[in-house]
Design a protein around this ligand. Sequence first.
Ligand code: DGT
Ligand code: MG
Ligand code: MG
Ligand code: MG
Ligand code: MG
Length: 256
Amino acid sequence: INNVKPEYVRSFEFDSKLMPFTWVVVRIDGCHFHRFSEIHDFAKPNDDRALNLMNSCAVAVLEEFRQDIVFAYGVSDEYSFILKKSTDLYERRASKIISAIVSFFTSSYVMRWKDFFPQSELNYPPSFDARAVCYPSAEILRDYLSWRQVDCHINNQYNTCFWKLVASGKSKREAQRSLKGAQLQKKIEELAIDYNKLPVMFRQGSSVFWDRVDNVLIHQENGESSENYGKVIVQHIDIIGSAFWLEHPGILRGFE
Ligand code: DGT
Ligand code: MG
Ligand code: MG
Ligand code: MG
Ligand code: MG
Protein backbone atom coordinates (compact mmCIF):
# COMPACT_ATOMS: atom_id res chain seq x y z
CA ILE A 1 0.00 0.00 0.00
CA ASN A 2 2.89 2.37 0.42
CA ASN A 3 6.54 2.30 -0.44
CA VAL A 4 8.08 2.99 2.96
CA LYS A 5 11.06 0.71 3.36
CA PRO A 6 11.07 -1.25 6.63
CA GLU A 7 14.85 -0.87 7.01
CA TYR A 8 14.40 2.87 6.90
CA VAL A 9 11.74 2.90 9.64
CA ARG A 10 13.81 0.46 11.67
CA SER A 11 16.83 2.70 11.49
CA PHE A 12 15.21 4.99 14.06
CA GLU A 13 15.20 2.26 16.71
CA PHE A 14 18.10 1.97 19.06
CA ASP A 15 19.22 -0.77 21.38
CA SER A 16 20.94 0.10 24.51
CA LYS A 17 22.91 -2.93 25.62
CA LEU A 18 24.01 -3.65 29.15
CA MET A 19 27.76 -3.83 29.55
CA PRO A 20 29.07 -7.36 28.92
CA PHE A 21 30.54 -9.48 31.74
CA THR A 22 28.89 -7.46 34.48
CA TRP A 23 26.31 -8.46 37.04
CA VAL A 24 22.98 -6.90 36.15
CA VAL A 25 20.62 -5.72 38.87
CA VAL A 26 17.04 -5.00 37.86
CA ARG A 27 15.35 -3.14 40.70
CA ILE A 28 11.60 -2.78 40.58
CA ASP A 29 9.66 -0.47 42.90
CA GLY A 30 5.95 0.02 43.43
CA CYS A 31 4.61 3.26 41.93
CA HIS A 32 2.94 5.46 44.54
CA PHE A 33 2.70 2.66 47.07
CA HIS A 34 2.22 5.22 49.78
CA ARG A 35 -1.25 5.66 48.33
CA PHE A 36 -1.67 2.01 47.33
CA SER A 37 -0.89 0.81 50.88
CA GLU A 38 -3.34 3.33 52.39
CA ILE A 39 -6.17 2.46 50.04
CA HIS A 40 -5.66 -1.27 50.59
CA ASP A 41 -5.36 -0.85 54.33
CA PHE A 42 -1.89 -2.34 54.76
CA ALA A 43 -0.88 -2.89 58.38
CA LYS A 44 1.65 -0.33 59.61
CA PRO A 45 4.55 -0.25 59.34
CA ASN A 46 4.78 -3.76 57.89
CA ASP A 47 2.02 -5.85 56.39
CA ASP A 48 2.71 -9.58 56.34
CA ARG A 49 0.29 -10.22 53.51
CA ALA A 50 1.75 -7.50 51.30
CA LEU A 51 5.33 -8.64 51.90
CA ASN A 52 4.47 -12.30 51.32
CA LEU A 53 2.71 -11.36 48.10
CA MET A 54 5.86 -9.52 46.93
CA ASN A 55 7.93 -12.60 47.86
CA SER A 56 5.62 -14.93 46.02
CA CYS A 57 5.93 -12.81 42.85
CA ALA A 58 9.71 -12.81 43.21
CA VAL A 59 9.67 -16.62 43.38
CA ALA A 60 7.60 -16.64 40.18
CA VAL A 61 10.15 -14.35 38.50
CA LEU A 62 13.07 -16.62 39.44
CA GLU A 63 11.18 -19.63 38.09
CA GLU A 64 10.34 -17.80 34.86
CA PHE A 65 13.89 -16.51 34.30
CA ARG A 66 15.60 -19.56 35.75
CA GLN A 67 18.49 -19.49 33.29
CA ASP A 68 19.42 -15.94 34.12
CA ILE A 69 18.33 -14.71 37.57
CA VAL A 70 20.38 -16.16 40.41
CA PHE A 71 19.27 -14.13 43.42
CA ALA A 72 16.73 -11.54 44.52
CA TYR A 73 16.38 -9.31 47.54
CA GLY A 74 13.18 -7.55 48.54
CA VAL A 75 11.94 -5.06 51.11
CA SER A 76 8.88 -2.83 51.29
CA ASP A 77 7.56 -2.26 47.75
CA GLU A 78 10.84 -3.05 46.02
CA TYR A 79 12.73 -6.06 44.71
CA SER A 80 16.20 -6.35 43.23
CA PHE A 81 16.79 -9.17 40.76
CA ILE A 82 20.37 -10.25 40.07
CA LEU A 83 21.18 -11.62 36.63
CA LYS A 84 24.30 -13.70 36.35
CA LYS A 85 27.39 -12.11 34.89
CA SER A 86 27.31 -14.29 31.79
CA THR A 87 23.65 -13.68 31.00
CA ASP A 88 22.75 -13.22 27.37
CA LEU A 89 19.05 -12.69 28.01
CA TYR A 90 17.65 -10.70 25.05
CA GLU A 91 21.25 -10.19 23.97
CA ARG A 92 21.53 -7.94 27.03
CA ARG A 93 19.20 -5.34 25.53
CA ALA A 94 18.31 -3.16 28.51
CA SER A 95 14.74 -2.22 27.67
CA LYS A 96 13.77 -5.79 26.81
CA ILE A 97 15.20 -7.18 30.05
CA ILE A 98 13.74 -4.46 32.26
CA SER A 99 10.28 -4.51 30.73
CA ALA A 100 9.99 -8.31 30.61
CA ILE A 101 10.88 -8.68 34.29
CA VAL A 102 8.77 -5.83 35.62
CA SER A 103 5.70 -6.75 33.60
CA PHE A 104 5.94 -10.41 34.65
CA PHE A 105 6.25 -9.34 38.28
CA THR A 106 3.30 -6.95 38.02
CA SER A 107 0.92 -9.40 36.39
CA SER A 108 1.89 -12.01 38.98
CA TYR A 109 1.08 -9.46 41.69
CA VAL A 110 -2.41 -8.97 40.28
CA MET A 111 -2.99 -12.69 39.70
CA ARG A 112 -1.91 -13.67 43.21
CA TRP A 113 -3.54 -10.78 45.05
CA LYS A 114 -6.56 -12.84 46.17
CA ASP A 115 -4.32 -15.57 47.61
CA PHE A 116 -2.87 -13.08 50.07
CA PHE A 117 -5.78 -10.65 50.47
CA PRO A 118 -8.82 -12.94 50.35
CA GLN A 119 -10.93 -10.34 52.17
CA SER A 120 -10.06 -7.24 50.16
CA GLU A 121 -10.64 -6.22 46.61
CA LEU A 122 -7.84 -4.96 44.46
CA ASN A 123 -9.17 -1.45 43.89
CA TYR A 124 -7.08 -0.36 40.94
CA PRO A 125 -4.20 -1.75 38.85
CA PRO A 126 -0.87 -1.49 40.69
CA SER A 127 2.22 -0.65 38.70
CA PHE A 128 5.96 -0.93 39.26
CA ASP A 129 8.83 0.98 37.72
CA ALA A 130 12.18 -0.62 37.01
CA ARG A 131 15.77 0.16 36.17
CA ALA A 132 18.88 -1.85 35.42
CA VAL A 133 22.35 -1.23 36.83
CA CYS A 134 25.55 -3.12 35.93
CA TYR A 135 28.08 -4.07 38.58
CA PRO A 136 31.52 -5.17 37.41
CA SER A 137 32.44 -7.47 40.30
CA ALA A 138 30.87 -9.74 42.89
CA GLU A 139 32.34 -7.50 45.61
CA ILE A 140 30.55 -4.42 44.31
CA LEU A 141 27.39 -6.44 43.81
CA ARG A 142 27.58 -7.47 47.46
CA ASP A 143 28.06 -3.82 48.43
CA TYR A 144 24.88 -3.04 46.50
CA LEU A 145 22.93 -5.75 48.35
CA SER A 146 24.35 -4.61 51.69
CA TRP A 147 23.17 -1.10 50.91
CA ARG A 148 19.62 -2.35 50.35
CA GLN A 149 19.66 -4.41 53.55
CA VAL A 150 21.02 -1.50 55.60
CA ASP A 151 18.24 0.61 54.13
CA CYS A 152 15.71 -2.02 55.21
CA HIS A 153 17.12 -1.93 58.75
CA ILE A 154 17.17 1.86 59.10
CA ASN A 155 13.72 2.33 57.60
CA ASN A 156 12.31 -0.39 59.79
CA GLN A 157 13.82 1.11 62.92
CA TYR A 158 12.46 4.52 61.97
CA ASN A 159 8.98 3.27 61.04
CA THR A 160 8.71 1.11 64.16
CA CYS A 161 9.50 4.13 66.36
CA PHE A 162 7.21 6.38 64.33
CA TRP A 163 4.15 4.15 64.65
CA LYS A 164 4.88 3.43 68.30
CA LEU A 165 4.83 7.20 68.95
CA VAL A 166 1.61 7.58 67.01
CA ALA A 167 0.07 4.66 68.92
CA SER A 168 1.01 6.40 72.17
CA GLY A 169 -1.09 9.41 71.16
CA LYS A 170 1.34 11.67 69.33
CA SER A 171 0.29 13.24 66.07
CA LYS A 172 2.21 12.22 62.94
CA ARG A 173 3.83 15.64 62.89
CA GLU A 174 4.96 15.34 66.50
CA ALA A 175 6.26 11.83 65.92
CA GLN A 176 8.22 13.03 62.92
CA ARG A 177 9.67 15.93 64.89
CA SER A 178 10.74 13.76 67.79
CA LEU A 179 12.57 11.40 65.42
CA LYS A 180 14.27 14.07 63.34
CA GLY A 181 18.03 13.53 63.57
CA ALA A 182 17.54 11.19 66.52
CA GLN A 183 19.72 8.18 67.18
CA LEU A 184 17.30 5.42 66.36
CA GLN A 185 18.98 2.82 68.55
CA LYS A 186 18.49 5.13 71.55
CA LYS A 187 14.89 5.89 70.61
CA ILE A 188 14.13 2.18 70.44
CA GLU A 189 15.37 1.77 74.02
CA GLU A 190 13.50 4.86 75.21
CA LEU A 191 10.28 3.60 73.70
CA ALA A 192 10.82 0.16 75.22
CA ILE A 193 10.59 -1.56 71.83
CA ASP A 194 11.86 -5.14 71.93
CA TYR A 195 13.33 -4.77 68.46
CA ASN A 196 14.80 -8.25 68.15
CA LYS A 197 11.40 -9.76 68.83
CA LEU A 198 9.99 -8.25 65.64
CA PRO A 199 9.51 -10.74 62.80
CA VAL A 200 12.79 -11.40 61.06
CA MET A 201 11.19 -10.67 57.66
CA PHE A 202 10.63 -7.06 58.80
CA ARG A 203 14.17 -6.67 60.09
CA GLN A 204 16.15 -8.44 57.38
CA GLY A 205 13.99 -8.26 54.25
CA SER A 206 13.64 -11.30 52.00
CA SER A 207 16.27 -13.15 50.00
CA VAL A 208 15.15 -15.45 47.21
CA PHE A 209 17.34 -18.01 45.49
CA TRP A 210 17.53 -21.50 44.04
CA ASP A 211 18.22 -24.20 46.55
CA ARG A 212 19.92 -26.28 43.91
CA VAL A 213 22.29 -29.14 43.69
CA ASP A 214 25.19 -27.42 41.97
CA ASN A 215 25.96 -28.56 38.46
CA VAL A 216 24.26 -31.89 38.90
CA LEU A 217 22.50 -33.32 35.90
CA ILE A 218 19.49 -35.44 36.63
CA HIS A 219 19.19 -38.45 34.39
CA GLN A 220 15.56 -38.92 33.65
CA GLU A 221 13.93 -42.26 32.96
CA ASN A 222 13.59 -41.49 29.27
CA GLY A 223 17.35 -41.27 29.06
CA GLU A 224 17.47 -37.49 28.63
CA SER A 225 19.29 -35.42 31.13
CA SER A 226 18.14 -32.04 32.34
CA GLU A 227 19.63 -29.59 34.73
CA ASN A 228 18.32 -29.93 38.26
CA TYR A 229 17.21 -26.54 39.42
CA GLY A 230 15.93 -27.70 42.77
CA LYS A 231 13.46 -25.21 44.12
CA VAL A 232 13.26 -21.53 44.87
CA ILE A 233 13.38 -20.64 48.54
CA VAL A 234 12.74 -17.45 50.51
CA GLN A 235 14.89 -16.70 53.55
CA HIS A 236 15.15 -13.77 55.93
CA ILE A 237 18.82 -13.63 56.72
CA ASP A 238 21.87 -11.42 56.99
CA ILE A 239 23.36 -10.97 53.53
CA ILE A 240 25.83 -8.27 54.61
CA GLY A 241 28.29 -10.58 56.35
CA SER A 242 30.23 -13.30 54.53
CA ALA A 243 28.57 -16.26 56.24
CA PHE A 244 25.60 -16.46 53.87
CA TRP A 245 27.77 -16.24 50.75
CA LEU A 246 30.22 -18.84 52.05
CA GLU A 247 27.32 -21.15 52.79
CA HIS A 248 25.96 -20.67 49.27
CA PRO A 249 29.05 -20.36 47.09
CA GLY A 250 27.10 -21.33 43.98
CA ILE A 251 25.05 -18.14 43.90
CA LEU A 252 27.82 -15.73 43.01
CA ARG A 253 30.87 -17.82 42.29
CA GLY A 254 29.10 -20.44 40.23
CA PHE A 255 28.33 -17.93 37.51
CA GLU A 256 31.36 -15.70 37.23
P1 DGT B 1 7.29 6.03 44.32
O1 DGT B 1 8.08 4.77 44.56
O2 DGT B 1 8.19 7.19 44.13
O3 DGT B 1 6.29 5.91 43.25
O4 DGT B 1 6.46 6.35 45.66
P2 DGT B 1 6.06 5.38 46.84
O5 DGT B 1 4.89 5.97 47.50
O6 DGT B 1 5.91 3.97 46.34
O7 DGT B 1 7.29 5.49 47.83
P3 DGT B 1 8.47 4.48 48.23
O8 DGT B 1 8.67 3.41 47.23
O9 DGT B 1 9.67 5.31 48.55
O10 DGT B 1 7.97 3.88 49.60
C1 DGT B 1 7.16 2.76 49.71
C2 DGT B 1 5.81 3.13 50.26
O11 DGT B 1 5.02 1.96 50.36
C3 DGT B 1 5.85 3.75 51.64
O12 DGT B 1 5.00 4.88 51.67
C4 DGT B 1 5.30 2.70 52.56
C5 DGT B 1 4.48 1.82 51.64
N1 DGT B 1 4.60 0.43 52.08
C6 DGT B 1 5.39 -0.54 51.58
N2 DGT B 1 5.25 -1.68 52.28
C7 DGT B 1 4.33 -1.42 53.23
C8 DGT B 1 3.73 -2.18 54.28
O13 DGT B 1 4.02 -3.39 54.48
N3 DGT B 1 2.82 -1.56 55.08
C9 DGT B 1 2.47 -0.25 54.88
N4 DGT B 1 1.58 0.31 55.71
N5 DGT B 1 2.99 0.50 53.92
C10 DGT B 1 3.92 -0.08 53.11
MG1 MG C 1 9.77 4.39 42.74
MG1 MG D 1 7.53 2.89 45.57
MG1 MG E 1 10.06 1.75 47.59
MG1 MG F 1 7.83 -9.58 20.14
